[in-house]
Design a binder for this molecule. Structure first.
Ligand code: KG4
Ligand code: ZN
Length: 357
């Protein structure tokens, strides 16, 4: 049973949480979205500077809300990959410093492993193996979750991530940033059958289509052409109908691939993680899983988008198994999920003294 203070600063949320195994004691998320909105997307330098200004207050607040002091914390964790290097550095450096000051083990966490672990927060009895559909701003993958730290990628996007497609389509319809929630809101009042859009199939050289991979860049281009055509004709843009048709296409494409993959690999549970897991269309479509005797699990909305509770939950599991990271662990902008175990020394005993570097 480990209680972990976890820090997440991989992109535009400064987040700190205290997590005891699969139970959230506190979760602070200081969002930078209003700051980046004026630029239409995340500005990495601005994000790093903002993390620096916010991090200490967020750490103090997380401890206070958990009603714990440092003596009751067993380890300190931070997201170390993948993400914006400058942003990751702020959280990682804060966590390492706290480890030295309070003499605690340090746990570096892969951001996507955190998104997988977000599902344990709502389903504490969940255990591998299961299939995880990861759909965030930077990633879209189908992951075979075999055990803590043991992952196999079975499917992925060949180009844009699902969240990225939402953000790009929103931008070309002159909607706000981030685009996902805006499109989701408009889709509720639009007609999902108004426009037929390509479903992102990936052809195989041998003929036919890849069963699990997707491509969202063609879908984005189809929406661009549609918008250009309507604007050229001087017609008012039917934003709600376009949003609903786009969301329907993405939700259907992800659902079809996830169900096929789970059935092929004999996995009875599909978990969903990442910002797009908050999407109402995807949540509705994945209910179809029950018709195939599969169960689909989503994290609570607040743990779909970036947060530190999911990082703490992953770190707590690693710490329970004696996986701790060296204090010279570096941040990495990219790191495959299959490389997660490279972040840890084999056993907690290997790391004595864990604060030497
Ligand atoms: O997981 P996340 O917070 O950050 C990354 O790790 O990338 O995901 C952010 C992405 C953004 O692209 C955002 O537009 C999308 O998640 N998103 C949504 C919704 N809420 C957030 N996409 C579709 N529907 C939503 N309700
Ligand atoms: Zn994320």
């Amino acid at each position: 049973m480990s209680t972990v203070l976890a820090i997440e600063t991989s992109c535009d949320e400064t987040a700190v949480a205290v997590v005891k195994n699969r139970q959230v004691c506190s979760s602070i998320v200081a969002s930078q979205i209003p700051i980046h909105r004026q630029y239409g997307g995340v500005v990495p330098e601005v994000a790093s500077r903002q993390h620096l200004e916010t991090i200490n207050g967020a750490i103090a607040q997380a401890l206070e809300q958990a009603e714990l002091d440092w003596h009751q914390i067993d380890g300190i964790a931070a997201t170390c990959a993948p993400g914006l290097v400058g942003a990751l550095l702020v959280g990682l450096t804060a966590a390492k410093t706290l480890c030295v000051v309070h003499n605690k083990p340090f746990v570096g966490v892969h951001h996507l492993e955190g998104h997988i672990y977000a599902n344990y927060l709502s389903e504490p009895t969940l255990e591998p193996p299961f299939l995880s559909l990861l759909v965030s701003g930077g990633h879209t993958s189908l992951i075979y979750v075999k055990d803590c730290g043991v992952y196999e990628t079975l499917g992925e996007t060949r180009d844009d991530a699902a969240g990225e497609a939402f953000d790009k389509v929103a931008r070309l319809m002159h909607l706000g940033y981030p685009g996902g929630p805006e499109i989701d809101r408009l889709a509720q009042i639009g007609n999902p059958q108004a426009f037929a859009l390509p479903s992102g199939k990936v052809s195989l050289p041998s003929g036919g289509y890849h069963p699990y991979d997707a491509s969202f860049s063609g879908l984005k281009t189809a929406v661009l052409r549609l918008v250009q055509k309507l604007e050229k004709n001087g017609q008012p843009l039917p934003v709600a109908d376009i949003a609903a048709s786009f969301q329907e296409t993405v939700a259907q494409a992800l659902t079809k691939r996830a169900i096929a993959c789970a059935l092929d690999y004999g996995l009875s549970t599909i978990t969903v993680g990442g910002g797009v897991a908050a999407n109402s269309g995807l949540r509705k479509h994945l209910q179809a899983a029950t018709a195939h005797n599969l169960r689909a699990i989503f994290p609570p909305l607040k743990f779909c988008t970036d947060n530190a509770a999911m990082i703490g939950c992953a770190a707590s599991d690693h710490l329970n198994r004696g996986h701790i990271s060296p204090l010279n662990l570096a941040v990495q902008s990219r790191l495959a999920l299959s490389q997660v175990m490279e972040l840890y020394q084999n056993q907690i005993e290997d790391a004595s003294p864990h604060f030497s570097y």
